[in-house]
Design a protein around this ligand. Structure first.
Ligand SMILES: [Zn+2]
Length: 87
């Protein structure tokens, strides 16, 4: 008999009240994420704009209905090409 439960593995737990940034995937408190998200998105846009055209990605979309989201026809077509496979 060996004691294999001496040190339990450290598993990061998802605490309630924490939300995952849809852009970078990191966890933030509900207060912090409201500050972080616009900054993170701005940063993402800057980084993305530095990339060569063929490496650019469509902007991550917030998993909520967005008001005032303006998409040009071209952007919609780009997203359709990248994303949807309708099953
Ligand atoms: Zn982020």
């Amino acid at each position: 008999m060996s004691e294999s439960l001496h040190s339990p593995p450290v598993i990061p737990s998802r605490r309630p009240g924490f939300r995952v940034c849809y852009i970078c995937g990191r966890e933030f408190g509900s207060q912090s994420i409201a500050i972080h998200e616009p900054q993170c998105l701005e940063k993402w846009r800057i980084e993305n704009s530095k990339l060569p055209k063929h490496l650019r990605r469509p902007e991550p979309s917030k998993p909520q209905p967005l008001r005032g989201l303006e998409l040009t026809d071209r952007e919609i077509m780009t997203r359709a090409e990248v994303g949807c496979s309708t099953d």
